[in-house]
Design a protein. Structure first.
Length: 556
């Protein structure tokens, strides 16, 4: 006997409780006028490793907290399937990421408006970066002081970090106190973390928990959205809700009186559009889906940062490796429990840097420098002996990939093809970036402590060898964006307009990192927060104008 179908009605239906979805659930429900339903395929954010900053190392391939995605094998990445972590559960990827908070260069956002996304320039967007955060150190007017996401400095970094900072200055990098306020050129600085005390400050913790008491907000977990429901024909298509499925087989229909908002992320959002018959007709036909709205850009324009790491054996100075094993680790656990300090508060890196390869006019590689080294140079388990690692990525990659469904079965994972290193500039940049990392390790302040390079090692000396190493060992740094990009012209590949409305469908918007037309140069979480904050205002302004129009007396 089939479970009885259920119907829920709300004003706004938000699909995906990741970074953007949590922001929207909070902001749209704040006034109390509108009923908001937030739907999440995963569960509650109850796993302890979510909240312990260093716990992210154990979450990147977690079977229930991530989607378990892998990229398709590609020639330029040595035919490897690369783990492509996407968070599943409240907070989404903000609950599993490396906690690094870095705003992009102003020119990155201005480029969106220059490409047709009207209003999306840095001047307009800066207030939303500010609104989203509480910077716990200082009162700079460019930083937020009462926002939901707590941003703080790294606590008590190992001694080797001070030597790395001085080595950066010796290399010609400017030492910055706050990389999120300065006009930045080649520079070195300490990363800031989305952390409050001993705990991760995820979008679920910062935005969703304070709103949980609101009677007009419902958060539905463990509910899988199968498709967007639409009415009408041709250009008069209107989104009216979503069809969902519970694990017990029950179908749940969630209807939207005002709008359906897709915030399922760079993979989930194009996947759901295609399952709903919105996308390239050729892709849909190959997957056995009837085309309802032809929109060729859905799933295209995938961009990501591809990171490759150098590792060094260190002597004569403290690194994190020595504190991550045996009795030393037990002491670190005790320190974390008692004072909320120590290596368990560390995240993906402690020091960051922007450097210029000379291949383009502005800084084009970013470093993630960890005061420890990972086995085989891949993020995960720290080595036993003292070590140091420099991860490097091209800040604005030219390579473009795609995400597409391969079946009408909504339980099947889509094909993810980032096309890493497919552009020649990207290949040149990764080689030049690795060489800059080696130069940093040879500076006077750091060189006395460097025993040698362990990965890739001195044998990888030629450009060809360095590129092959990058192909064999590089990975995503979890910054995928762009698969539903903003723009005025759907014929040119735009999926949403500057108000984030899906071209060709009424009352349907996409609000997440997939709308970025081009890659931001830095870590992307701060910018996804900004996008959702600004989008919330766009939505509320639209509905207030509509309500005022309806309330105006009709003239005879």
């Amino acid at each position: 006997m089939n479970p009885v179908n259920k119907e829920i009605v709300a004003d706004y239906v938000i699909v995906g409780a990741g970074t953007a979805g949590c922001v929207l659930a909070n902001r749209l429900s704040a006034c109390g006028k509108y009923k908001v339903v937030l739907i999440e395929a995963g569960g509650r954010d109850s796993h302890p490793f979510i909240h312990i900053p260093a716990g992210f190392l154990r979450l990147l391939d977690h079977p229930s907290i991530t989607w378990g995605y892998k990229t398709a094998p590609e020639k330029q990445a040595s035919q490897r399937e690369i783990l492509f972590p996407r968070g599943r559960g409240l907070g989404g990827s903000s609950s599993i990421n490396g906690l690094l908070y870095v705003r992009p260069f102003a020119a990155d956002i201005n480029a969106w408006e220059e490409r047709g996304a009207a209003g999306w320039n840095f001047e307009n967007c800066l207030p939303y970066y500010i609104r989203s955060e509480t910077w716990q150190d200082g009162k700079d007017p460019k930083r937020g002081h009462d926002g939901p996401i707590q941003v703080t400095r790294v606590l008590s970094p190992p001694a080797v970090c001070a030597e790395v900072m001085m080595a950066g200055e010796e290399l010609g990098l400017e030492m910055l106190d706050d990389p999120n306020t300065n006009t930045r050129g080649p520079s070195i600085w300490y990363y800031q973390q989305t952390r409050q005390g001993r705990f991760r400050s995820s979008a679920a913790r910062g935005y969703l928990r304070p709103a949980a008491y609101r009677t007009n907000l419902s958060v539905l977990t463990d509910l899988h959205v199968m498709q967007v429901i639409m009415e009408g024909e041709g250009k008069q298509r209107t989104a009216t809700g979503v069809a969902c499925r519970r694990e017990n087989g029950q179908t749940v229909f969630v209807k939207a009186r005002k709008e359906v908002i897709l915030s399922a992320g760079v993979i989930g959002t194009p996947r759901l559009l295609e399952l709903s018959g919105i996308g390239d007709p050729h892709v849909l036909d190959n997957a056995g889906i009837r085309s309802q709205v032809a929109l060729s850009g859905v799933g295209n324009n995938l961009q990501d940062h591809y990171v490759t790491r150098l590792c060094f054996r260190i002597q004569g100075i403290e690194t994190a490796n020595e504190r991550a094993h045996g009795t030393a680790l037990a002491k670190e656990v005790a320190k974390y429990v008692v004072s909320g300090d120590g290596i368990l508060t560390y995240s993906a890196a402690v020091i960051g840097a922007f450097a210029s390869t000379g291949l383009v006019a502005r800084p084009d590689v970013q470093f993630v420098i960890a005061p420890g080294s990972f086995k085989e140079g891949r993020i995960g388990e720290l080595e036993d002996e003292p070590g140091l690692s420099f991860g490097v990525w091209q800040m604005r990659p030219e390579s473009r990939g795609e995400v597409h469904i391969v079946s009408s079965d909504d339980s099947k994972a889509p094909s993810i093809a980032p096309r890493y290193l497919s552009d020649s500039l990207d290949r040149q940049t990764v080689i030049a970036g690795l060489r800059i990392g080696r130069q940093l390790a040879r500076q006077p302040s750091l060189a006395p402590y460097v025993v040698g390079e362990t990965v890739p090692g001195p044998q990888a000396d030629s450009n060809e060898a360095l590129l092959q190493y990058a192909r064999d060992n590089g990975s995503t740094v979890y910054h995928g964006v762009g698969t539903c990009r903003m723009g005025p012209d759907p014929a040119a590949g735009a999926v949403v307009d500057a108000n984030l409305r899906v071209h060709g469908v009424n009352r349907l918007r996409v609000i997440d990192g997939s709308v970025m037309p081009t890659m931001t140069s830095t870590n992307t979480n701060a910018t996804v927060l900004m996008i959702a904050e600004r989008a919330a205002d766009l939505l509320l302004n639209d509905v207030q104008q509509a309500d005022q129009f309806v309330q105006q007396p009709q003239r005879i």
